[in-house]
Ligand binder design. Structure first.
Ligand code: 5GP
Length: 212
Protein backbone atom coordinates (compact mmCIF):
# COMPACT_ATOMS: atom_id res chain seq x y z
CA UNK A 1 0.00 0.00 0.00
CA UNK A 2 1.33 3.45 -0.96
CA UNK A 3 1.52 5.87 1.93
CA UNK A 4 -0.74 8.91 2.05
CA UNK A 5 0.40 12.46 1.36
CA UNK A 6 0.97 15.03 4.05
CA UNK A 7 -0.52 18.46 3.30
CA UNK A 8 0.39 21.62 5.20
CA UNK A 9 -1.93 24.60 5.01
CA UNK A 10 -0.81 27.88 6.59
CA UNK A 11 -2.25 31.37 6.55
CA UNK A 12 -2.38 34.45 8.71
CA UNK A 13 -5.47 34.26 10.91
CA UNK A 14 -8.50 35.71 9.15
CA UNK A 15 -7.32 34.73 5.65
CA UNK A 16 -10.22 32.28 5.40
CA UNK A 17 -8.26 29.08 5.91
CA UNK A 18 -10.84 27.44 8.18
CA UNK A 19 -13.61 27.90 5.59
CA UNK A 20 -11.37 26.47 2.88
CA UNK A 21 -10.58 23.44 5.02
CA UNK A 22 -14.25 22.92 5.90
CA UNK A 23 -15.28 23.06 2.26
CA UNK A 24 -12.53 20.69 1.29
CA UNK A 25 -13.60 18.11 3.87
CA UNK A 26 -17.27 18.46 2.83
CA UNK A 27 -16.19 17.64 -0.72
CA UNK A 28 -13.92 14.83 0.45
CA UNK A 29 -16.80 13.22 2.35
CA UNK A 30 -19.10 13.57 -0.66
CA UNK A 31 -16.47 11.87 -2.85
CA UNK A 32 -15.76 9.16 -0.27
CA UNK A 33 -12.11 10.17 -0.43
CA UNK A 34 -9.64 9.44 2.29
CA UNK A 35 -8.16 12.48 3.98
CA UNK A 36 -8.13 13.29 7.67
CA UNK A 37 -7.66 16.58 9.45
CA UNK A 38 -4.89 16.46 12.02
CA UNK A 39 -6.37 17.63 15.33
CA UNK A 40 -3.66 19.63 17.11
CA UNK A 41 -3.00 19.94 20.81
CA UNK A 42 -3.20 23.45 22.20
CA UNK A 43 -3.00 25.26 25.51
CA UNK A 44 -5.41 27.91 24.17
CA UNK A 45 -8.84 28.02 25.82
CA UNK A 46 -11.70 26.69 23.66
CA UNK A 47 -13.71 29.31 21.78
CA UNK A 48 -17.47 29.25 21.72
CA UNK A 49 -18.66 26.25 19.71
CA UNK A 50 -15.28 24.50 19.64
CA UNK A 51 -15.33 20.84 20.63
CA UNK A 52 -12.47 19.05 22.42
CA UNK A 53 -11.12 16.27 20.20
CA UNK A 54 -12.72 17.69 17.06
CA UNK A 55 -11.27 21.20 16.74
CA UNK A 56 -8.33 20.74 19.08
CA UNK A 57 -7.16 18.58 21.95
CA UNK A 58 -7.32 21.25 24.65
CA UNK A 59 -4.62 20.59 27.24
CA UNK A 60 -2.90 22.47 30.05
CA UNK A 61 0.71 23.68 29.89
CA UNK A 62 2.08 20.77 31.95
CA UNK A 63 0.47 18.15 29.71
CA UNK A 64 1.78 19.95 26.64
CA UNK A 65 5.34 20.12 28.01
CA UNK A 66 5.23 16.41 28.91
CA UNK A 67 4.33 15.62 25.30
CA UNK A 68 7.20 17.81 24.08
CA UNK A 69 9.63 16.01 26.43
CA UNK A 70 8.38 12.61 25.21
CA UNK A 71 8.99 13.70 21.56
CA UNK A 72 5.26 13.31 20.95
CA UNK A 73 5.05 16.16 18.46
CA UNK A 74 5.99 16.18 14.79
CA UNK A 75 6.22 19.94 15.30
CA UNK A 76 5.16 22.45 17.92
CA UNK A 77 5.27 26.22 18.30
CA UNK A 78 4.08 29.16 20.32
CA UNK A 79 1.52 31.12 18.33
CA UNK A 80 -0.16 34.29 19.61
CA UNK A 81 0.95 33.42 23.18
CA UNK A 82 -0.39 29.82 23.20
CA UNK A 83 1.29 26.50 22.50
CA UNK A 84 0.20 24.35 19.57
CA UNK A 85 1.52 20.97 18.45
CA UNK A 86 0.88 18.16 15.96
CA UNK A 87 0.81 14.61 17.31
CA UNK A 88 3.54 12.66 15.58
CA UNK A 89 1.96 9.26 16.14
CA UNK A 90 -1.51 10.22 14.86
CA UNK A 91 -0.03 11.63 11.64
CA UNK A 92 2.35 8.74 11.00
CA UNK A 93 -0.33 6.08 11.56
CA UNK A 94 -2.67 7.67 9.03
CA UNK A 95 0.03 8.21 6.40
CA UNK A 96 1.22 4.62 6.73
CA UNK A 97 -2.39 3.43 6.28
CA UNK A 98 -2.48 5.26 2.92
CA UNK A 99 -4.61 8.12 4.23
CA UNK A 100 -3.85 11.75 3.30
CA UNK A 101 -3.42 14.08 6.27
CA UNK A 102 -4.10 17.84 6.36
CA UNK A 103 -2.20 19.97 8.85
CA UNK A 104 -3.50 23.45 9.67
CA UNK A 105 -0.37 24.91 11.24
CA UNK A 106 1.52 28.20 11.39
CA UNK A 107 4.71 29.11 9.52
CA UNK A 108 7.03 27.97 12.35
CA UNK A 109 5.37 24.56 12.41
CA UNK A 110 5.50 24.30 8.62
CA UNK A 111 9.25 24.91 8.69
CA UNK A 112 9.75 22.09 11.22
CA UNK A 113 7.56 19.63 9.30
CA UNK A 114 9.29 20.43 5.99
CA UNK A 115 12.69 19.85 7.62
CA UNK A 116 11.54 16.39 8.81
CA UNK A 117 9.38 15.48 5.84
CA UNK A 118 10.53 17.37 2.74
CA UNK A 119 7.97 15.45 0.69
CA UNK A 120 5.08 17.24 2.46
CA UNK A 121 2.91 19.38 0.18
CA UNK A 122 2.94 22.96 1.50
CA UNK A 123 0.26 25.50 0.68
CA UNK A 124 0.09 29.12 1.81
CA UNK A 125 -3.20 31.02 1.81
CA UNK A 126 -2.97 34.80 1.47
CA UNK A 127 -5.61 37.44 2.06
CA UNK A 128 -6.07 39.69 -1.00
CA UNK A 129 -5.04 42.79 1.00
CA UNK A 130 -4.27 44.17 4.46
CA UNK A 131 -7.70 45.80 4.63
CA UNK A 132 -9.48 42.57 3.69
CA UNK A 133 -7.67 40.76 6.50
CA UNK A 134 -8.52 43.47 9.04
CA UNK A 135 -12.19 43.45 7.95
CA UNK A 136 -12.44 39.66 8.25
CA UNK A 137 -10.87 39.57 11.71
CA UNK A 138 -13.27 42.25 12.91
CA UNK A 139 -16.36 40.71 11.27
CA UNK A 140 -15.88 37.18 12.60
CA UNK A 141 -16.12 38.65 16.13
CA UNK A 142 -13.96 35.96 17.75
CA UNK A 143 -11.35 38.26 19.20
CA UNK A 144 -11.27 41.59 21.01
CA UNK A 145 -9.62 44.67 19.48
CA UNK A 146 -6.27 44.17 21.26
CA UNK A 147 -6.07 40.56 20.03
CA UNK A 148 -6.91 41.65 16.48
CA UNK A 149 -4.13 44.27 16.56
CA UNK A 150 -1.69 41.62 17.81
CA UNK A 151 -2.75 39.17 15.11
CA UNK A 152 -2.40 41.80 12.38
CA UNK A 153 1.08 42.67 13.59
CA UNK A 154 2.08 38.99 13.32
CA UNK A 155 0.46 38.60 9.88
CA UNK A 156 3.11 40.52 7.97
CA UNK A 157 5.96 38.41 9.36
CA UNK A 158 3.96 35.26 8.53
CA UNK A 159 3.28 36.42 4.96
CA UNK A 160 6.99 37.10 4.54
CA UNK A 161 7.59 33.36 5.02
CA UNK A 162 5.74 32.54 1.79
CA UNK A 163 8.98 31.38 0.11
CA UNK A 164 9.02 28.13 2.10
CA UNK A 165 5.74 26.98 0.51
CA UNK A 166 5.28 25.20 -2.80
CA UNK A 167 1.78 26.54 -3.53
CA UNK A 168 0.11 29.88 -2.89
CA UNK A 169 -3.62 30.61 -2.94
CA UNK A 170 -4.85 34.22 -2.77
CA UNK A 171 -8.25 33.98 -1.12
CA UNK A 172 -10.11 36.75 -2.90
CA UNK A 173 -13.07 34.61 -3.93
CA UNK A 174 -13.79 31.61 -1.70
CA UNK A 175 -15.16 29.47 -4.58
CA UNK A 176 -12.04 30.02 -6.67
CA UNK A 177 -9.76 29.49 -3.68
CA UNK A 178 -11.56 26.22 -2.81
CA UNK A 179 -11.23 25.05 -6.40
CA UNK A 180 -7.50 25.80 -6.32
CA UNK A 181 -7.05 23.80 -3.10
CA UNK A 182 -9.04 20.88 -4.49
CA UNK A 183 -6.96 20.96 -7.69
CA UNK A 184 -3.70 20.73 -5.73
CA UNK A 185 -5.00 17.73 -3.76
CA UNK A 186 -6.31 15.97 -6.87
CA UNK A 187 -3.05 16.57 -8.72
CA UNK A 188 -1.07 14.92 -5.93
CA UNK A 189 -3.37 11.89 -5.91
CA UNK A 190 -2.82 11.30 -9.62
CA UNK A 191 0.95 10.94 -9.40
CA UNK A 192 2.09 7.57 -10.66
CA UNK A 193 3.31 6.54 -7.20
CA UNK A 194 -0.22 6.97 -5.87
CA UNK A 195 -1.91 5.33 -8.88
CA UNK A 196 0.26 2.22 -9.10
CA UNK A 197 -2.12 -0.06 -7.16
CA UNK A 198 -5.06 1.11 -9.26
CA UNK A 199 -3.14 0.55 -12.51
CA UNK A 200 -2.17 -2.94 -11.35
CA UNK A 201 -5.77 -3.92 -10.72
CA UNK A 202 -6.77 -2.68 -14.19
CA UNK A 203 -3.92 -4.68 -15.73
CA UNK A 204 -4.90 -7.81 -13.80
CA UNK A 205 -8.34 -7.67 -15.38
CA UNK A 206 -6.70 -7.49 -18.82
CA UNK A 207 -4.49 -10.46 -18.01
CA UNK A 208 -7.46 -12.59 -17.09
CA UNK A 209 -9.42 -11.66 -20.24
CA UNK A 210 -6.85 -11.67 -23.03
CA UNK A 211 -5.62 -15.17 -23.94
CA UNK A 212 -1.84 -15.35 -23.67
P1 5GP B 1 -6.35 29.46 16.31
O1 5GP B 1 -6.00 29.67 17.73
O2 5GP B 1 -6.91 30.69 15.67
O3 5GP B 1 -7.20 28.23 16.08
O4 5GP B 1 -4.98 29.17 15.53
C1 5GP B 1 -3.95 30.10 15.58
C2 5GP B 1 -2.81 29.65 14.69
O5 5GP B 1 -2.24 28.46 15.21
C3 5GP B 1 -3.23 29.34 13.25
O6 5GP B 1 -2.30 29.96 12.39
C4 5GP B 1 -3.11 27.85 13.15
O7 5GP B 1 -2.75 27.44 11.86
C5 5GP B 1 -1.98 27.58 14.13
N1 5GP B 1 -1.96 26.19 14.59
C6 5GP B 1 -3.02 25.40 14.88
N2 5GP B 1 -2.59 24.17 15.25
C7 5GP B 1 -1.25 24.21 15.17
C8 5GP B 1 -0.23 23.22 15.41
O8 5GP B 1 -0.45 22.07 15.76
N3 5GP B 1 1.05 23.63 15.24
C9 5GP B 1 1.38 24.90 14.84
N4 5GP B 1 2.67 25.18 14.68
N5 5GP B 1 0.46 25.83 14.60
C10 5GP B 1 -0.84 25.49 14.77
Amino acid sequence: MESGDLFILSAPSGAGKTTLIQRMFDQERADGARMVFSVSHTTRAPRMGEVDGRDYHFVDGDTFRELVAADGFLEWAEVHGNLYGTSRQAVEEQLEAGVDVMLDIDVQGAEQVLARRPDAVSIFVLPPSYQALRDRLTRRGLDDEATIERRLAVSLSEIECYEQYQYVIVNEDVDKASAALAAIVVEKRHRLVRMRDRVKSVLEAFDSKIPG
